[in-house]
Design a protein around this ligand. Structure first.
Ligand SMILES: *Cc1c(COP(=O)(O)O)cnc(C)c1O
Length: 487
């Protein structure tokens, strides 16, 4: 049994004390809770020494995996280096201590940062204006679709209630469309993984609100027919939505605005740092072309005649309000810092480097893993399991074995187009030495699959928790410590 297998409650010894606070010298009657509000019984908190408490939290932190502890090739997520200055800036008391209800005159700096960041995102993407209010990519999708609905309604075009989504799309696309009250129409992909333009044409009529596209798509492939698709959708009166979660490989190379997109979201917690394991926090700013600016959600940051900034509510044209205040300000700060730290020149290197890294890993492993779409990829690519599948070793086994070697697993069983999908995204911030180490481990695992398949099928062996029954873990999670004593 390892030390950390014992819970802090189990280490408790009656009367042991980690730290005692000095008396504050105040009259107890001033600081005691009123009788009716106090507990009947002292809470059964663990009684442990200071080192026990420190070890408890340190060990808990080491049972997790993060970008600060190792390589994280999670496809579709862009887990990049988070410059430590991001943390310093976002923790600055002048930012961290702000209250969202402060008068605008006292938060001019924060409002300017909001506006400057949205201008930077406009320059990077070619959109006219951004709102930074949405809290995540999926929240941005919902906001963008609300803008599209508002646009059609404002023109009296109430028949447009259907939205086209490719079968390769991220699951949040159809989910957001459904939440927005739109009916989903699926367009198929061709053998080569790209949207089938011939399948798209007959779907286009005057009930189509628009199309949601991800480019490069979830297979990491650039939709090279995008100009033709844009022309066809615009011709039928629909709008183009760009899922910008995959903006990483395009940064500084191509802009969604120039590809013909009307509305888009970015995942600041992917493309602009802020690691987001465990579900947050995030930011999903939405950018729109000039003809949709008035439909962006309230509140908005506006400039008064004297040059000061203020927060404006809904003027009746907005698509509504999608967040209480102005978004996840801490994540916005990190993205702003990241953009300024990289600078205008170097931001052009992000895209090409992410593409180079992904293709390097792909080409170095394709003699061990099945590569269903063997073309040049963008920032990520998908294998369909091991090349030699005779031993019955699955993608899940490979992913679990990687944990034994200190790597986070890639995304597995997504996208749904391939049964044994392994989706790898190295991200541009990783060195060639790290990529080589990962490549060697993946090759080693492919060899193990032939020589010792049972070790893979029972992996992981070195992690705090071994292989879980994932269905039970998801359906009946044990989230609380149960004991005889009540806490
Ligand atoms: C991550 C992702 C999303 C959803 O973003 P969240 O911030 O997780 O809501 C949408 N589309 C694609 C392609 C993504 O990779």
């Amino acid at each position: 049994m390892k030390y950390y297998d014992k819970l802090i409650f189990e280490l408790s010894k009656e009367g042991r004390c980690g730290y005692s606070l000095p008396s504050n010298g105040w009259d107890a009657s001033l600081t005691e809770l009123p009788a009716g509000l106090a507990r009947a019984k002292e809470p059964a908190l663990p009684q442990v020494s200071e080192p026990d408490v420190v070890r408890h939290y340190t060990n808990l932190s080491q049972m997790n995996f993060g970008v600060d502890s190792g390589f994280y090739p999670l496809g579709s997520c862009t887990m990049k280096y988070n410059p430590k200055i991001n943390e310093e800036i976002s923790a600055h008391p002048g930012f961290a201590g702000l209250h969202p209800l402060q008068p605008a005159s006292t938060v001019q700096g924060a409002l300017r940062l909001y506006r400057d960041l949205s201008h930077a995102l406009s320059a990077i993407t070619g959109m006219a204006e951004f709102t930074l209010n949405p809290f995540a990519g999926a929240h941005g999708e919902l906001t963008g679709l609300m803008v599209i609905r508002r646009y059609h309604m404002s023109r009296g075009d109430s028949r447009r209630t259907r939205i086209i989504v490719p079968d390769s799309a991220h699951g949040t696309n159809p989910a957001s469309a459904a939440v927005c009250g739109l009916e989903i129409v699926v367009v198929k992909s061709k053998e080569n993984g790209l949207v089938d333009v011939d399948d798209l044409r007959p779907l286009l009529d005057d009930t189509i609100a628009g199309i949601m596209m991800t480019n490069p798509n979830t297979l990491g492939l650039f939709e090279k027919d995008i100009k033709e698709i844009a022309a066809l959708v615009h011709e039928c009166g629909g709008l183009l939505y760009y899922d910008g979660a995959n903006m990483n490989p395009l940064m500084g190379v191509v802009r969604p605005g120039d590809m013909g997109f009307d509305v888009m979201h970015l995942n600041l917690h992917k493309t602009f740092s802020t690691p987001h394991g465990g579900g947050g926090p995030g930011a999903g700013p939405v950018g729109v072309a000039a003809h949709l600016v008035q439909h962006l959600p309230a509140p908005k940051v506006m400039e008064a005649e004297d040059g000061s900034l203020y927060v404006a509510g809904d003027d009746g044209q907005a698509c509504g309000r999608i967040s209480g205040f102005m978004g996840n300000f801490g994540v916005l700060l990190r993205a702003y810092t990241y953009i300024l730290m990289i600078g205008r020149q170097n931001i052009r290197m992000v895209g090409p480097l992410s593409v180079l890294g992904a293709n390097y890993v792909k080409e170095s492993l394709r003699d061990c893993f099945r590569l269903p779409v063997p073309t040049v990829c963008k920032h990520e690519f998908v294998f369909d399991g091991l090349l030699d599948q005779s031993t019955g070793v699955t993608t899940l086994d490979v992913a679990k074995r990687l944990l034994d070697y200190g790597f986070h697993a890639p995304t597995i069983y997504f996208p749904l187009l391939f049964h044994q999908a392994i989706m790898i995204e190295p991200t541009e911030t990783e060195s060639k030495e790290t990529l080589d180490c990962f490549i060697n481990m993946m090759r080693h695992i492919a060899a193990e699959a032939l020589s010792d398949p049972d070790t893979l099928k029972t992996a992981p062996h070195t992690t705090p928790v071994r292989r879980l029954d994932e269905t039970t873990a998801a359906r009946q999670p044990v989230l609380r410590y149960h004991s005889e004593t009540s806490f």
